[in-house]
Design a protein around this ligand. Structure first.
Ligand code: UD1
Ligand code: CA
Length: 452
């Protein structure tokens, strides 16, 4: 397939009014990535050499997402929504050069796989001029029906235009079509808007092609793979399929998920083989966990990396820029942001470490926090290797602690400490013998006086 040019046209002009959102529909996310981003990934994987996205007027956020996700893709504006064939025509500048293959996809159908797209391309390579992706369903209502005669596809009939016999057909149009590039322009130009909606339907390309004696065939995929999204309920249904796929792929690759249905993945989560994930863990975007690491229950991680054999959680939060070194321990109710916790270091209980480095094998005691923010700017804390930070210490940044520093519990540390120094930054303890007994007597007497 790789020697053939392939243009992918992604239709994304729809507003998606049933999402009840100011955001264009295809910018809603599954696995933390906009729907259209999933489609852009699939077409790239299927070897598209060129990508054209058809957008509606005034969708700057959508254009910005396309520029970021697929920098070489071009955006084409469909000024009026006159149907799917009319939308394809917005990209005529690109397809008139007649690439070998053209794939047309919908931006709101995010689960289609590279395998399926490759099967469509395979059929083109074997001589078909048009390939339509269909699926079998028990509830065909609302979908275009694929009408076949003798193994050839002769037409697609939209629900509103179908006869009652045609409506009984359960093989439906998924909305994804593949064309021989040399045929597309004439087919699109021949489509008329003579139907119940007065729209130019791309699906009519089938009837036009059949009448011209071209070869039109259907390929099928599962209903699950080609489900589209028109509302929030369907969005959650697609999210569920996406999560199941990611959990299955993780386990297949050697990751233990103790309770897979409670672990949430992002589109780009990387878990190396032999990672162990306890129940109720959320992976936000940009997470990489190396082999042998253990992510314990109820932890939330985003834009963070965890090295081999490290332990995170239970109840830990790794925020963007958290880098947990080999064999390091991050324990319960600990938040790490933009900080390197080097190999073998431990931050085990109730701490906030932000904008910092914790040197190798250091131990940060319970309740320790870095004061990284003065209300205006963020400041860095650097803790040398082999340091011991006593419990409930406050490290006021900017601050540098040399290797082997020892901070007494409860200290407020405001200035740099040299290597191997001990710092005690707290008020001196005062002990008054028997004073407690006297105090109790005084208080008891005062209480008795009030009662009488
Ligand atoms: C379409 C198919 C139908 C199929 C169903 C599968 C047509 C005519 N019908 O119906 O056979 O069973 O999808 O879900 O193709 N779009 C534009 N500009 C337009 C019109 C649509 O960009 O002028 C885009 C939409 O944003 C959407 C896609 O094309 O991504 C499909 O349009 P939609 O109106 O949702 O078509 P359906 O009625 O669902
Ligand atoms: Ca639709």
């Amino acid at each position: 397939m790789s020697d053939r040019t392939c243009l992918a046209i992604v239709l994304a002009a729809g507003l998606g009014t049933r999402m009840r959102s100011p955001l264009p529909k295809v910018l809603h996310e599954i696995g933390g990535l906009p729907l259209v981003g999933h489609v852009l990934n699939s077409v790239a994987e299927a070897g598209a050499t060129q990508v054209a996205v058809v957008v509606g007027p005034d969708m700057p956020k959508l254009e910005a997402h396309v520029a970021q996700q697929a920098p070489s893709a071009t955006c084409h504006t469909q000024m009026e929504r006159l149907g799917t064939a009319h939308a394809v025509k917005a990209a005529e500048d690109v397809y008139k050069a007649a690439p070998d293959h053209v794939l047309v996809l919908f931006g709101d159908t995010p689960l289609v796989t590279c395998d399926t797209l490759n099967r469509l391309r395979e059929r083109l390579s074997q001589g078909a001029d048009v390939v339509v992706l269909g699926f079998q369903t028990e509830n065909p209502f609302g979908y275009g029906r694929l009408l076949e005669e003798g193994g050839e596809l002769v037409a697609i009939r939209e629900e509103k235009d179908a006869t009652s016999d045609e409506r009984r057909v359960t093989l439906c149009n998924a909305g994804i079509m593949a064309f021989k590039g040399s045929a597309l322009k004439d087919l699109v130009n021949a489509i008329k808007n003579e139907n119940a909606n007065n729209e130019y339907y791309l699906t009519d390309a089938v009837e036009v092609a059949h009448a011209k004696g071209l070869r039109v065939v259907a390929e099928t995929a599962s209903e699950e793979e080609v489900q589209g999204i028109n509302n929030r309920k369907q969005l959650s249904a697609c999210e569920a399929v996406f999560q199941t796929r990611r959990r299955d792929a993780a386990m297949e690759s050697g990751v233990t998920l103790v309770a897979p249905e409670t672990v949430y993945f992002s589109h780009d989560t990387v878990l190396e083989p032999d990672v162990y994930v306890e129940p109720n863990v959320v992976f936000g975007p940009g997470v990489h966990i190396a082999s042998g690491a253990r992510i314990r229950a109820f932890s939330h991680l985003e834009s963070a990396s965890v090295c081999v054999d490290a332990t995170v959680g239970p109840y830990a939060r790794l925020r963007p820029g958290a880098k947990i070194g080999e064999g390091a321990h991050i324990g319960n109710f600990v938040e790490i942001k933009n900080a390197q916790i080097e190999a073998g270091a431990k931050v085990n209980h109730l701490s906030y470490i932000g904008d910092a480095r914790v040197g190798a094998k250091s131990n940060v005691g319970a309740g320790t926090i870095t004061c990284n923010y003065d209300g205006y700017m963020k400041h860095h804390t650097d803790i040398g290797a082999g340091s011991f930070i006593g419990s409930n210490s406050v490290l006021v940044a900017p601050l540098k602690l040399g290797d082997g520093a020892f901070v007494a519990a409860g200290s407020v540390v405001t200035s740099d400490i040299p290597e191997n120094a001990l710092v005690i930054g707290r008020s001196k303890q005062v002990v008054k013998e028997n004073r407690a007994t006297k105090m109790r007597q005084t208080l008891a007497a005062a209480k008795a006086a009030r009662k009488s």
